[in-house]
Design a binder for this molecule. Sequence first.
Ligand SMILES: *[C@@H]1O[C@H](CO)[C@@H](O)[C@H](O)[C@H]1NC(C)=O
Ligand SMILES: *[C@@H]1O[C@H](CO)[C@@H](O)[C@H](O)[C@H]1NC(C)=O
Ligand SMILES: *[C@@H]1O[C@H](CO)[C@@H](O)[C@H](O)[C@H]1NC(C)=O
Ligand SMILES: *[C@@H]1O[C@H](CO)[C@@H](O)[C@H](O)[C@H]1NC(C)=O
Ligand SMILES: *[C@H]1O[C@@H](CO)[C@H](O)[C@@H](O)[C@@H]1NC(C)=O
Length: 579
Amino acid sequence: MNFFSKILSLLLGFALFSPFINNGVVFVHALPKFYPELQSLNRADDAVIKPLHRTRFHFQPRRHWINDPNGPMYFNGIYHLFYQYNPKGAIWGNIVWAHSVSRDLVNWKALKHAIYPSKPFDINGCWSGSATVLPGNKPVILYTGIDPQNRQVQNYAIPANLSDPYLTDWIKPDDNPIVDPDSGVNASAFRDPTTAWLSDSGHWKTIIGSKRRKRGVAYLYRSRDFVKWTKAKHPLHSAPNTGMWECPDFFPVPLSGNQGLDVSVTGNLVKHVLKVSLDVTRYEYYTVGKYYHERDRYVPDNTSVDGWNGLRYDYGNFYASKTFYDPAKKRRVLWGWANESDSAVDDVSKGWAGIQAIPRTVWLDPNRKQLLQWPVEELNRLRGKQVKLSHQKLYKEQHVEVKGITAAQADVEVTFSFSSLDKAEPFDPSWVDAQAVCGKLGSKVQGGVGPFGLLTLASENLEEFTPVFFRIFKAHHNHVVLLCSDASSSSLKKEGLYKPSFAGFVDIDLSSKKLPLRTLIDHSVVESFGGGGKICITSRVYPTKAVFGDAHLYVFNNGTEAITVDYLSAWSMTSATVN
Ligand SMILES: *[C@@H]1O[C@H](CO)[C@@H](O)[C@H](O)[C@H]1NC(C)=O
Ligand SMILES: *[C@@H]1O[C@H](CO)[C@@H](O)[C@H](O)[C@H]1NC(C)=O
Ligand SMILES: *[C@@H]1O[C@H](CO)[C@@H](O)[C@H](O)[C@H]1NC(C)=O
Ligand SMILES: *[C@@H]1O[C@H](CO)[C@@H](O)[C@H](O)[C@H]1NC(C)=O
Ligand SMILES: *[C@H]1O[C@@H](CO)[C@H](O)[C@@H](O)[C@@H]1NC(C)=O
């Protein structure tokens, strides 16, 4: 991640913005301001950890700041997750690779830090990277180190003892760094190596995120021995006006079925996915395309938008994501960081900041234009008490409570149906920004078909609620479905909260006149999967009344077309054992 953007997390507010326009694209540069006094407020004792909005089944450390998931992998029956972590406080700084292990991706045990600044090649920072399991079942980590000149260099680390089931200790060999930024590369924008793949020619390949002026770039490097790396003449891919590409991720998906593939698989039965995290917007986008492995070039399909209006894994708080192949269950699993939406001062006072979203299985949609995502199946083991609703009609302005579960800690699966689309509101073709549409047409603005959905983390009299809802529009030739996860009424707290109306448009076949939705609710996070995983949105919210036993869950409709809850199943979730 970018040094400046990381400093952003130190800010109380973004003091100065200077937008300028280039080729029709607005770049917003934030001029960072340091608040060193916040660093001195950091505390190390458990006593100050505020439990109020802590999650109970998401991944988070016991305290302090976390950001990017790093080097996820499966090794000898155990899942490993490393992550960017500040051992000294709840704001960004002092970053190490913290390390946790799990047998089920749900319950985690914290180990000691795997990688921390100690050598010239990482003395100023141990930033993000990936794990690759080499033939012979030997894991190796590639990560970005910040050297004494503050250059971003790429290093490797290997387990000290392959017989240790937890791979607790890691060695950083003295022949690091293994990749220096050459004269053509901006040494302040050169980071986050991916899991390497092996080609038929016996070369290992990895990509490293960068930029050239305003062009986002994924530089490709090749190696025979994993230690000596050579930059390819051409990047694997690049795109104009997207700015710095952080945390690239590149992997194959089979044309059909939901299995995952090892990263080295190529051929006519796969497509490839390239995801990048855009430092300028703090969002990610991905394309589906073809990898020409002889030429080492990736070309997105013409159905994928290659730019910051592209497809997103998640239209909410979700960044710096990374996938790995799980050979035990033959699936590809996605991790992503969900940052806080409160202020740095609030983070210091609650003693912690940042969670990882629930790991998701990802695979190619049968339409081959996008991915589908679903929470890993192991999460279902936390499902406790279940309540059901079926054939529940919802007329305009109606909401019905789903009673009998812990609404602040729940998993909800629901299928809505409607009998006609005739009442759908007209779609304005100038609406390209779904979030702006949701901001304008929230749950309170009545519609035709929708808004309908769930009211999560709601207080009894709806002073606070986070609605997750669909709204269907009639465009010239088709219907357009909007999914919103709207934090604007999520909290009565007035100051210091970011309450965006996150939303995305989704290409769903409406011929069945049904729309499914699954939402995971965990105290300060609402994570939704619309249309069977076609669209995901994660919101971070901080209710003041709708907490613990005072939180409620409702289904609602605010459109003129009557909606039916065909079937709803909601579960109280038990708490996972996390770190
Ligand atoms: C390596 O790990 C194994 C299993 O934990 C342990 O028995 C062995 O003593 C370790 N070797 C060293 C050199 O630490
Ligand atoms: C290199 O990247 C840094 C960090 O984004 C930026 O401030 C600087 O202007 C870039 N240098 C060049 C020569 O583009
Ligand atoms: C997109 O590519 C496909 C082949 O992959 C081609 O058949 C189609 O005509 C292209 N569409 C456009 C609009 O270029
Ligand atoms: C439904 O619409 C009414 C009228 O605009 C509004 O008062 C109410 O808050 C809306 N319900 C929700 C859940 O937003
Ligand atoms: C998460 O926090 C919000 C509110 O401070 C910012 O607006 C986002 O830019 C930030 N997201 C990331 C990825 O840093």
